[in-house]
Design a binder for this molecule. Structure first.
Ligand code: ADP
Ligand code: MG
Length: 695
């Protein structure tokens, strides 16, 4: 027996049978404390609550049976098979083993009684069970019929199901002796119809025979929703705290520069949209605060985020401090550097440039001007935040097209800019609009602004899906568009994740298109090129010297060439919706009607078909994102792994997104009314170290 003072917070080694070696293995399942076992939910369940008569066995069903050995024989069918025929008076079934010992053969004497659990399948001579779990019954012994469904847990090497069942049994017993505190307020549970914690845990591990297994396996059972809710709540509270903490840090209050901003906006060739103006106002108000801004701008492709960022930078620079803007790729960073140079040069501001591929001399010069403060604006890639880069007085960091950073990176970046206890203001702009519920979970540490309006005169890109077999027609379309003075992109297939194949495919398409379209000036840009080459290609396209640009998905984010009005995307069926939407966003930036052709390899599967249909039906990035979330889940939407979303144990933000509004309301009321309860919730799910606060 485990000692009587073991409780849910005890290490797993208090459990019977758990030594240091097993504890180490269990760590692979993220199990450290007894309580963690309670939150290791079964993947599925098996029904061993009733004995099935052999005569009633259905192929495909997994059942518990008992019977008497009628015949056991070893046969050779290519390999050795042990066949054991058992019967219970209603019928017969064959147990088939491929791996077996001599002792096993000896066990199966005619007349011996067995109980077996396994899947019945059609075999060469009637029903059989392959490698069933079995036990020999002593005389007068009955088969062990469970009174609850049998849980099947996610397992790891060297830890068997039987062991996990035994450990969760022990954990459940400890839970009964020390009922865990019910941390969800009764009114919250009442409103949402969520059961109590202890009940939910017990039910999910040892469900009664009549439980709704389907809804449990789908994660939709109220007991699971109960746990998912509390887990989402823990993460949300933790992120909100991080925000609150940042709010009390100090940052330079930037109040000057109103005239400069005014003049800049007046000099633009267009007026800001109402949405842009609103977001600019929000940013200006944030920057005036003596605490760091932490703001996320969500805006669809082409909504004009860059100019908003420029205004924020100008505001900072005019107050006499430094601003930095970071983009995810060299190409995009270069484009910003160019636009910012064009915008700011007339004002006497020359942006510094910093990238990973820079020559040593240029880099040294840039570093000096950044450290000395003569560079008031710095544009670059991740290189901006590498070792050795010291800012003079960095007060604003803009991160463009971010969709690859999680909260850890955001915190790390902020730490980078700290000087003398002062934090820079932070503005993050997303590449991909994400549904509101998902944004709540992933970005609760930020304030959000949405640019929900496109510049006037934009016409939605008309989108069609065309099978590859009609490639010739598509090439003819490219010819027509380009000969009437427009420009086109031809984006090449993304083959696996391999950059090599990726660029080979681009070269092959380039060769094919130059041959098919000898009258056009065709260019090629891919990720394997040196940045300078890539930039030359892009620039030539921007300047109209190239009419058709063949490219890999390097042009996915941010690139801006308003005269391009036709986008062809090969192998569109392999790409994610949000990525396709981003690519498509490269056209439709000017006043001419733009088109996007999604080339696919037939036949299309059901999922691919519905994905392409979404793009055909809408140009709204938020709608695309919502559909992407429904069809593929959040990992794909935010860019797998580095989603910025935490690794949840139970919650699945795609499945449980509808819980988020309730989570938000509950969190606000708990943080206001009973902060201690908030602490306890965070501790239960995230452990003692508040993971988000530390990097
Ligand atoms: P994104 O939000 O995708 O980063 P950009 O900042 O690249 O969008 O802007 C897309 C295009 O829209 C650019 O060509 C830009 O000059 C133009 N643009 C931005 N704001 C406006 C506006 N208010 N009116 C007209 N065109 C605008
Ligand atoms: Mg952009």
């Amino acid at each position: 027996m485990q000692s009587s003072d073991s409780n849910l917070a005890s290490p797993l080694t208090v459990l019977n049978g758990v030594g240091p070696a097993l504890a180490k293995k269990l760590e692979r399942l993220n199990l450290y404390r007894v309580e963690d076992l309670l939150f290791l939910l079964p993947l599925r369940y098996e029904d061993r609550t009733q004995l099935v008569k052999i005569g009633a066995l259905q192929p495909g069903s997994r059942c518990l049976i008992t019977g008497e050995v009628l015949l056991a024989e070893t046969v050779y069918r290519g390999r050795r098979n042990l066949l054991v025929r058992i019967g219970d008076g209603t019928g017969q079934v064959t147990l088939r083993f491929f791996h077996f010992s001599r002792q096993q053969v000896a066990q199966f004497q005619a007349g011996v009684r067995l109980t077996c659990f396994g899947e019945a399948r059609k075999g060469p001579s009637g029903l059989e069970m392959i490698h069933p779990e079995y036990r020999i019954l002593r005389e007068n012994q009955d088969a062990a019929i469970s009174d609850s469904l049998t849980a099947i847990y996610p397992s790891t090497e060297g830890v068997q199901q039987g062991r996990l069942r035994n450990l969760t049994d022990q954990a459940l017993r400890i839970m009964q002796a020390h009922t865990p505190e019910e941390l969800l307020p009764a009114d919250v549970r009442g409103q949402l119809g969520l059961p109590e914690l202890a009940h939910a845990v017990e039910y999910l591990h040892r469900p009664p025979a009549d439980a709704d297994v389907e809804s449990m396996v789908a994660g939709k059972h109220p007991c699971q929703q109960r746990l998912a809710f509390e887990e989402l709540l823990a993460h949300y509270i933790s992120l909100r705290r991080l925000r609150a903490l940042a709010r009390v840090e100090s940052a330079p209050s930037l109040t000057g520069g109103a005239d400069e901003v005014c003049k800049f906006v007046e000099a633009l060739p267009y007026s800001l949209t109402r949405a842009q103006q609103r977001v600019v106002d929000e940013i200006i108000a944030d920057l005036a605060e003596p605490h760091p801004m932490m703001r996320l701008i969500q805006g669809d492709v082409g909504s004009g985020k860059t100019v908003v960022a420029a205004i924020a930078c100008l505001k900072a620079i005019s107050c006499g401090v430094q601003a930095a803007i970071m983009a995810p790729t060299e190409l995009l960073a270069e484009q910003h550097w160019r636009s910012f140079s064009d915008w700011f040069r007339p004002l006497g501001i020359e942006p510094a440039w910093l990238s990973g591929s820079q020559r040593t001399a240029a880099r040294r010069e840039a570093l000096e001007s950044i450290e000395g403060g003569s560079a008031s604006l710095v544009v670059g890639t991740h290189a901006l935040f590498q070792e050795g880069v010291r800012f003079h007085d960095l007060a604003l960091v803009v991160i463009d097209e971010q969709h690859r950073f999680g909260v850890h990176q955001r915190v790390a970046l902020r730490e980078k800019g700290v000087a003398e206890g002062r934090y820079p203001h932070q503005l993050v702009m997303t590449a991909t609009p994400i549904p509101r519920t998902l944004a709540m979970a992933a970005y609760a540490d930020l304030d959000t602004s949405v640019i929900d309006e496109l510049p006037p005169g934009r016409r939605p890109v008309s989108t069609v899906a065309v099978p590859e077999t009609r490639r010739d027609e598509v090439i003819a379309r490219v010819r027509d568009a380009c000969s009437s003075g427009q420009q086109a992109y031809w984006v090449c297939p993304l083959i696996e994740e391999s950059e090599v194949l990726d660029f080979e495919a681009a070269e092959a398409s380039y060769a094919m298109l130059t041959e098919a379209l000898p009258e056009l000036r065709v260019g090629l840009v891919h990720g394997r090129m040196r940045p300078a080459e890539k930039e030359r290609g892009m620039q030539a396209f921007k300047d109209g010297l190239i009419q058709l640009l063949v490219a890999t998905t390097v042009i996915e984010v941010g690139v801006d060439v308003p005269n391009a009005s036709l986008m062809i995307i090969e192998n569109a069926e392999r790409m994610g919706l949000s990525q396709l939407h981003q690519l498509r966003g490269r056209v439709g930036r000017g006043a001419i009607q733009s088109h996007c052709v999604l080339l696919y390899k037939p036949p299309l599967g059901q999922l691919a078909r519905s994905r392409l249909a979404v793009l055909r039906d809408t140009n709204d990035g938020f709608v695309v994102a919502q559909r992407d979330l429904e069809l593929r889940g959040p990992g794909e939407l935010l860019g797998t792994r580095q989603t910025g979303l935490p690794d949840y144990r139970i919650a699945d933000i795609g499945r449980d997104a509808d819980l988020m509004p309730g989570v938000q309301v509950a969190a606000e009321s708990i943080m206001r009314g009973s902060p201690d309860r908030g602490d306890a919730i965070v501790r239960r799910w995230l452990g003692d170290a508040n993971r988000y606060g530390k990097v």
